[in-house]
Design a protein around this ligand. Structure first.
Ligand code: NDP
Length: 326
């Protein structure tokens, strides 16, 4: 179709935005033209104007137009895809409750605005942290949008897991399928390679090293963000932007036959994850809808890891419920 896909990006003048916008405009979602609708807080609008000047200067053939502003009910008008990247970072002396309420205010307002003005087919991907709980808040505040239109990003964790497994085994990332991230996009997440395959062979059998899985693979994937901040002196913005594109593209266009991806989506109770939590699962996508892969056998080891991350999500949900945000 040649009607542009209307894509909203929040926090568009931030670090992730600075990578993300150029990927989107150069065709990361496919060869359909896109219209960018960029939301920022007032003090960041001037910087965002500069980013738009650079977008102009790229003369991207697929970029049909750009609109910027600070009012979500204007910026989200008619959007087909909303990528919620902007979030309040934890400042000095900020308690967890302060962080949750600052973000709660943002995602409550954005959920309401999406509910009011987004296109009927809108899909909402949350990258801003705490991503799962921010997605839960937006979803709860958008009662007219089907709940399966909301997801939080665990694709970066998924990609990190692919890369670590490839490095360990000498395989190409192209040969690895069926990787799974379970739970929260946080240090408690569980990267699960027990169902993954390398060129059709079970990955855990190829690796054949449980100590590596427990003591290296899982913590390396879960703490990769901190390692990058250590090395680079700044957070992992380009890879987060790349994963945001991967997640959106696969959601809209479908996953390849025989493979799946990780997405944090609202639980229907699958794998013992309480209904209504936004938790990462293995999912396949088709025609813009996801479904949780069913019937995987969960070992005792995996069960413990999944339960721990899901308990953290339940805890975050209880905290935002107490704050009256959902
Ligand atoms: P970034 O663009 O680096 O990050 C944005 C969000 O993405 C943060 O919540 C960050 O979490 C999260 N994130 C998720 N995965 C990753 C990852 N792998 N690596 C790094 N970050 C990740 O932040 P900036 O501060 O540069 O930019 C944020 C922008 O958002 C600012 O321009 C600000 O003005 C804007 N903003 C907009 C709002 C709005 O539109 N209403 C509200 C609040 C802010 P974490 O903090 O855990 O790193």
């Amino acid at each position: 179709s040649t009607t542009p896909l209307k894509v909203a990006v929040t926090g568009a003048a931030g670090q992730i935005g600075y990578s993300l916008l150029f990927r989107l405009a150069s065709g990361a979602l496919g060869d359909r033209p896109i219209q960018l609708q960029l939301l920022e807080i007032e003090p960041a609008l001037k910087a965002l104007e500069g980013v738009v000047m650079e977008l102009d200067d790229c003369a991207f053939p697929l970029l049909a137009g750009v609109e910027i502003g600070a009012d979500p009910t204007k910026i989200f008008d008619g959007v087909n895809l909303a990528l919620l990247v902007g979030a309040r970072p934890r400042g000095p002396g900020m308690e967890r409750g302060d962080l949750l309420s600052a973000n709660g205010a943002i995602f409550t307002a954005q959920g309401k605005a999406l509910n009011e003005v987004a296109a009927d087919d809108v899909r909402v991907g949350v990258t801003g942290n705490p991503a799962n709980t921010n997605a839960l808040i937006a979803m709860t505040n958008a009662p007219d949008i089907p709940q399966n239109r909301f997801s939080a990003l665990t694709r970066l964790d998924h990609n990190r897991a692919l890369s670590q497994l490839a490095a360990k085994t000498g395989a190409s990332v192209n040969d690895i399928t069926r990787m799974t991230i379970w739970g929260n996009h946080s240090a408690t997440q569980y990267p699960d390679l027990f169902h993954a395959e390398i060129a059709g062979r079970n990955a855990a059998e190829v690796v054949n090293d449980q100590a590596w899985v427990e003591d290296y693979f899982i913590p390396t994937v879960a703490k990769r963000g901190a390692a990058i901040i250590d090395a680079r002196g700044a957070s992992s913005a380009a890879s987060a932007a790349s994963a945001t594109c991967n997640a959106a593209r696969d959601w809209l266009n479908g996953t390849p036959e025989g493979d799946w991806v990780s997405m944090a989506v609202v639980s229907d109770g699958s794998y013992g994850v309480p209904e209504g939590l936004i938790s990462s699962f293995p999912v396949t996508t088709k025609d813009g809808d996801w479904s949780i892969v069913q019937g995987l056998e969960i070992s005792e080891f995996s069960r413990g890891r999944i339960d721990a991350s899901v308990a953290e999500l339940a805890d975050e949900k209880a905290a935002v419920t107490e704050l009256g945000l959902i």
